[in-house]
Design a protein around this ligand. Structure first.
Ligand code: ADP
Ligand code: MG
Length: 493
């Protein structure tokens, strides 16, 4: 979908294909390396709490333009600050989501919590954002990065991505290319995010209080959550992590005298949401009540409700409009730099601009992707499917969606390895999406911590619209940085 025969191919870090015997041997080692280092997931088809499959991975790291990687890393603290400021701008959030919440029940439920919290005043002034800004290189602009989306809730894969760099370094070394390891940037995503949670825990300043992870009923991506839990306990032995579903919080949770969140006798300092970002996580009003209870508590939330709303696709679309960034960023150079990562994002509100977007989408649907206010993959509508989808909606219903220019990333060629897949794996055409993690902590007046915290690369078949790793079309990967003027590795298959 995102490529055709004319799409440029980035040069590989090593010459492919590999001889079959070498490929078989190194793939088998890489699978074991992944399982033994926790680059793994629970199986969806043969779920068992007693076993893990390796997470789908790309055997050798996929190339990514160095200049663009470095740009994304350098931008992250600016994006952190931007999102922090957006989250604290009540008027902007309220006006931006006004049309959307008329028709999108899920966003409306989140917004209602926000409204109630605003009415009573925030019990906890501080928030922690563990963000991930996702990009693809766009071939028609010289492979300049364009933002796919910004995640402010449950930004995942920091744990596994951290493990994948040594895994792919191991593979490259096994294949006799240890000289190339320096082109794989180190990844401190796990430590970066967890240290962020602990900084929030420090702000809460109660030595016995715990960190609470809000989890799904069944966690397939269990390693990526346990890595965080284990890192925290190993690095900070005095801090306990609890895991609870929204349903369990509803059953067990209550507020103390000072509105502290109590689970039994345990006080919660920080809440880290790895669930709660999609309607399916709320089985009944009980889960919404639990979310509200947590939101009104003294615990520091990751994300707080305003951060969650700031991460909606609608807010992303509003931010990409001319002159809006000036409201949140002072420095003109920074405004320019952030503006450049936005691709066309268009409102479908029930007004003149929205109607013009609608007409444009019907005329040239192949240029676009249509997105609802959802997270977690599998919700978007692509290209030629857009007209039918739009025609089925009323004018009001359309305002729950946004339209976005399709980004066309360059191709890479490589081996995608997945549980139950072909052995040896075949060479396939792939495209990559880079995620840069960021940590920001502060209140409405001040930011007290703001840093970039590692990265992840997710690579999918070039024919796939989306590359959900668990869904089967995507795989975890790490960037191998290449320079445009560097032709030492020009070998192609
Ligand atoms: P979600 O919140 O479900 O992750 P995304 O906006 O990240 O929603 O979209 C899911 C996937 O769809 C992305 O990971 C990417 O593969 C693809 N995608 C989204 N937007 C674009 C775009 N503008 N151009 C090309 N692919 C896109
Ligand atoms: Mg996404």
């Amino acid at each position: 979908m995102s490529s055709d025969a004319t799409t440029p191919v980035l040069r590989n870090c090593i010459r492919l294909p590999l001889p079959e015997d070498e490929l078989l041997e190194v793939t088998a080692k890489a699978k074991d390396y992944a399982i033994m280092h926790g680059a793994a997931m629970r199986s969806k088809t043969a779920f068992s709490q007693d076993s893990l499959n390796f997470a789908p991975f790309v055997l050798v790291p996929s190339s990514f333009p160095r200049k663009e990687f470095e740009k994304a890393v350098a931008l992250q603290p600016i994006i952190n600050r931007l999102m922090h400021n957006v989250a604290h701008d009540e008027e902007f959030i309220t006006t931006t989501l006004a049309e959307t919440i008329k028709v999108d029940e899920f966003t409306a439920n989140l917004f209602n919590i926000y409204r109630k919290v605003l009415a009573h005043g925030f019990t906890q002034a501080y928030s922690i954002g563990l963000l991930r800004s996702d990009y693809m290189a766009h071939v028609s602009e010289g492979c300049a990065i364009k933002q796919v989306e910004i995640n402010t809730v449950a930004s995942s894969f920091a744990g596994i991505a951290t493990q994948l760099v040594p895994q792919q370094k191991f593979v490259l070394s096994e294949l006799g290319h240890a000289d190339k390891l320096h082109n794989m940037p180190n990844n401190n995503a796990l430590a970066g995010l967890c240290d962020g949670m602990v900084k929030a825990w420090d702000i809460y300043a109660k030595p016995k209080a715990v960190i609470l992870f809000i989890i799904e009923d069944v966690s397939y991506n269990i390693c990526d959550q346990r890595f965080h839990e284990f890192y925290i306990r190993e690095t900070y032995p005095h801090i306990k992590v609890l895991r609870r579903t929204l349903t369990e919080v509803h059953r067990e949770g209550k507020l103390g005298q000072a509105k502290e969140l109590l689970l039994g006798s345990q006080e919660v300092a920080v809440i880290y949401f790895r669930a709660g970002y999609e309607p399916g996580h709320y089985h009944s009003q009980s889960e919404w009540d639990a979310r509200y209870l947590m939101e009104t508590s003294l615990a520091i939330k990751c994300p707080s409700i305003h951060y969650h709303l700031a991460g909606t696709k609608k807010v992303q679309q509003a931010l990409a409009q001319p002159a809006v960034l000036e409201r949140f960023i002072n420095d003109p150079e920074e405004i320019k730099a952030v503006g450049k990562i936005f691709t066309g994002l268009y409102s479908l509100d029930d007004n003149e601009a929205g109607n013009a977007t609608y007409e444009m989408a019907l005329r040239t649907p192949e240029r676009f992707v249509l997105k609802p206010q959802r997270e977690g993959g599998g919700n978007n509508v692509y290209g030629v499917d857009i007209p039918d989808a739009l025609k089925r909606m009323s004018r009001v219903e359309r305002s729950a969606w946004i339209l976005m220019d399709l980004i066309h990333p360059p191709l890479t060629k490589g081996y995608m390895v997945r549980p139950g897949g072909d052995m040896p794996p075949q060479i396939v055409d792939m495209v990559s999406e880079l995620g840069i993690f960021g940590v920001v902590i502060g209140d409405a007046e001040h930011i007290v911590h703001n840093y970039q915290a590692g990265h992840m690369l997710r690579t999918k078949l070039s024919t796939a619209n989306e590359g959900g790793v668990a869904a089967g079309l995507g795989a975890l990967d790490s960037p191998y940085l290449i320079d445009s003027d560097d032709d030492e590795d020009l070998d192609q298959i």
